[in-house]
Write a protein that binds this ligand. Structure first.
Ligand code: FE
Length: 207
């Protein structure tokens, strides 16, 4: 049985599992640990991401909403990076998990120096396919992310502890550290349909 809804089944299972995790109302450290395992399982397979949510833009990195929890306790987003594309230095204000599905991306973390300027924390960390990073105000929330593949598209799957596209965040001037308000939004008007399970039902009925 192969149909248009068969491929999104791993994402639907991930959303269900993540909802069960969030329903327990655990501490952030537990979300990051157990959520990391769920995300690792999701990105171990690369057959489920709808094509529409994997399209790069010639100029800008793309952020496609895959799912938002109805209570906005978490959201799942595919980030699609064309060659040379990068974010400004930005924060999140909530926990986030970042897993690479295709290609590789680099994350450079920043902290605020006594002078008020932002300074890099070590070297940029490169995440390859299957690897996961975490951010949050508690563990380090400011970074800059870029596509580490010089000539091809990379895709990463992000999970955040809010409806991230609508969160009031900040981007920072790299020279001065001066913050500027930032609301990322989403690149797509509609999320993928995870819920058409009619083919399974028909198959079970033998019709
Ligand atoms: Fe980020």
């Amino acid at each position: 049985m192969v149909g248009p809804t068969a491929t999104v089944a791993p994402l639907r299972a991930f959303v269900s599992d993540f909802t069960r995790l969030i329903d327990r109302n655990p501490e952030e450290a537990v979300i990051l640990e157990e959520g990391r395992a769920l995300l690792a399982h999701l990105i171990a397979d690369d057959g489920w991401l709808p094509e529409a949510c994997a399209q790069p833009h010639p100029q800008y990195y793309q952020q496609y909403l895959l799912h938002c929890d109805p209570l906005e306790r978490f959201s799942v987003v595919s980030f699609v990076w064309g060659p040379g594309q990068k974010t400004p230095i930005h924060n999140h204000t909530v926990w986030g998990l970042i897993g690479v599905l295709r290609g590789a991306e680099a994350s450079l973390r920043f902290r605020r120096a006594a002078s008020g300027a932002l300074e890099p924390v070590g070297e940029a960390e490169v995440l390859h396919q299957g690897e996961i990073d975490a951010v949050s105000p508690a563990i380090g929330d400011i970074h800059e992310v870029s596509n580490h593949e010089p000539a091809r598209t990379s895709v990463s799957i992000h999970v955040y502890g809010a409806n991230i596209g609508a969160v009031a965040r900040k981007v920072f001037d790299p020279a001065t550290g001066t913050p500027k308000p930032f609301v990322s939004g989403y690149s797509s008007a509609v999320p993928p349909n995870l819920w058409d399970r009619s083919a399974e039902t028909r198959a079970a009925l033998g019709s």
